[in-house]
Ligand binder design. Sequence first.
Ligand SMILES: O=C(O)CCC(=O)C(=O)O
Length: 303
Amino acid sequence: MVRTLPRMTSCGEPIDPSPDAFGFLRDSRDAVGDFAELRQRMDEDGYLFLPGFLNRNDVARVRAEICQTLAGEGLLDPGTPVEQAIARPGVRIAFRPDIANASTSLKEIIYGPAMMALYDGLFEEPSAHYDYTWMRVVAPGLGTQPHCDIVYMGRGTSRLYTAWVPFGDIPIEVGGLIVLEGSHRLRHLKETYGRLDVDSHCENAEGISAMERAGFLASGAVAGDPAGLRARLGGRWLTADFQVGDLLTFEMFLVHGSLDNGSDQIRLSTDSRYQRASDPFDERWVGEHPIGHGEEAKRALIC
Ligand SMILES: O=C(O)CCC(=O)C(=O)O
C-alpha cells in the first residue's frame, strides 16, 4: 500500500518528501534470531528497525499507566479519552525521565530478557544497560534537533547502542524518530563532532562550550536545520509509522532527531542505552542517582 505522506517538518523546517530526500526505515524483523545477519545490517545501516519485537500488550499496559500519570498532573485535555493522550491546549512538555525512572513495569520491558538477549547477541558477550532512562513526553510542537548520541554518553565506550521504543502508536503525524541514512559512515563528522563531549567547556576561551568552539551547537546538536543538514551531508531522512511493540536500535554515530509533533497527542517514547558489560561505563548515567549533565559532569578543557 502506498502511504500518502502528510506535510512533515522537523525543528520547524519542512522535510522534503521526494524519494531522494526521504524514505522509510529498513524493516529487519525477518532477521531476528540470526545475529550474524543483524550485526551485518547494523554495520550497513547504523540501525535495526524491529517492528513488533516487544510484547504489544506489555507496552500498551505501560502506556496506559503513563497516560494516567499525565492525566493526574492535568496535562491531558479533560474531555478526551485518557489513553489517547490528547494534550491540554497550550501544554508545553518534552522530557520526563522521572516517569520512566520510577516505573518498574516500564523498566521490565526495556531492560527485560528479550532486550538483554538481543544486546548479548549483538555484542557477542554479556551486555549491560545504563541505569538512567530518557523518557520523551512530547506535546504538540517541535521535535529533537539532529545529533549523534556519542557526544552525550561517550565517556566510557563508543561501543554502545540506543534503543528507541514508542509507548503508543507514533505515525508520522505524531513525530517519531528520524535517522539520516548512511551518516554513521561519515568519517569527517566522526573525527570532528564525534570526538566532542557536550559537558565540556574551554577554560581558555571564556568558558565557551567545546561544541560551539568546534562549530556545532552547545546543546550537542550537529546543527539546528535538519533539511539543510541533509543537503550538506547527503543521504535521506528515514522514519516509519511506529507502532506499539516496535523497537528501533542504533549506534552512537548515526545522526538522528525527530519530526515535529503535528498532532494533538502527546508523543510517548523512551530511549535507553546498552553496552558490553566488560567495557568501561560513562559515569554520568550509572548508579542509583546518575549525575547526568549536572555540575559534577562538567569538564574544563584547553580548546
Ligand atoms: O525521541 C526523540 O525525540 C529523540 C530521541 C533521541 O535522540 C535518541 O533516542 O537518542
